[in-house]
Design a protein around this ligand. Structure first.
Ligand SMILES: [Zn+2]
Length: 322
């Protein structure tokens, strides 16, 4: 936002007016007040804040909140934001009975003066009957309706004032929110889950089931001998440790759908912990998505052929023990 409305609530001395405003007595109301003023100025290109960043060089209007006045809820100079008058105004909190809604209304009103607005007045039959419109206009008397508003009406001199047009000319319109870009769906992506035993005996056959979900935009056509998609062995790629290198898709899988694949595998003959790892592959194009992997412990097959990882002839016994 290119402009700033800066609220001082914890004491302020105006460098141009020589006026000191004491701290607002009810700081717990500040978030409510800032929020309401923000709402009034939401359609304009201005940030409303009570946090003073001394390095902020944006054009700034200042409203100091605190203290009291015998006669006024606030005061400010017309056009002080952009002309030679002081760019700071005051809102007298105790005069407004420390009422947070009234204080917010007065801030928006006094800031409106700094941005060049004068009052919205009540006219009847060509005669001004009240300098402040009483219907809730922010530049009239905003205090007694829930949601005061900017309006088009007559000023004390009888001129027409369009509040929003003036504020838009001085501050600019708020930037519309950036359009949300559509989610980028990559061509090939997948989610795979494995249901397989954690332990199998060496050399044993066992079943395992996979669910594969197509989270990309491509259609997965089953392998036809020349092209297509498979679930393939990984860690290392294309290994045949479990007796199969590829598992074909049973059906075509379109984006956002999935299928399950159940197959029978044969455990390695040498006990140990091995990865049981699978991933989707578009054959002759690429592997894709996250590899699904679990560790399967292959245990000694008690009733079968003895095996040894230190298979040195002559030193192992007929039971397979070293
Ligand atoms: Zn006024």
């Amino acid at each position: 936002m290119k402009n700033r409305l800066l609220l001082f609530c914890d004491g302020y001395t105006s460098p141009l007016q020589g006026v000191t405003v004491p701290a607002f007595e009810q700081p717990q109301s500040i978030p409510f007040i800032v929020d309401r003023v923000r709402k009034d100025y939401a359609q304009f290109d201005i940030e409303v804040t009570n946090v003073n960043d001394p390095n902020d060089t944006r054009p700034t209007a200042i409203i100091a909140v605190g203290g009291g006045s015998a006669t006024q809820g606030g005061s400010s100079f017309n056009g002080g934001f952009y002309n030679a008058f002081p760019n700071d105004g005051f809102v007298y909190a105790t005069t407004l009975q420390n009422n947070p809604k009234w204080i917010a209304d007065a801030i928006s009103h006094e800031a409106g003066h700094l941005f060049g607005l004068t009052h919205q007045s009540q006219w009847a039959n060509g005669v001004m009957v009240d300098v402040y419109r009483r219907d809730g206009a922010i530049m009239g008397s905003p205090y007694f309706i829930d949601n005061p508003f900017w309006t088009i009406g007559q000023t004390p001199t009888g001129a027409t004032q369009d509040d929003v047009a003036t504020l838009t000319r001085i501050l600019g319109a708020a930037s519309p929110p950036l359009p949300t870009p559509p989610p980028v769906m990559i061509r090939n992506d997948c989610q795979i889950t494995i249901t397989a035993p954690l332990t199998v005996q060496a050399g044993a056959t066992f079943p395992a089931t996979f669910t594969v979900k197509n989270t990309g935009s491509n259609v997965w056509l089953p392998w036809d001998g020349a092209k297509g998609y498979n679930l393939g062995a990984q860690q290392p790629q294309d290994n045949s440790r479990w007796g199969k290198v590829r598992l074909p898709l049973p059906i075509t899988v379109v984006s956002d759908f999935g299928t399950s694949i159940t197959a029978s595998f044969t455990a390695p003959t040498i006990p140990g912990d091995y990865p049981f790892a699978w991933d989707m592959v578009e054959e002759f194009v690429s592997w894709f998505g996250k590899i699904a992997s679990q560790t399967i412990r292959v245990t000694q097959n008690s009733g079968a052929i003895p095996v040894s990882i230190n298979n040195v002839p002559g030193i192992w016994t007929p039971t397979g023990e070293l």
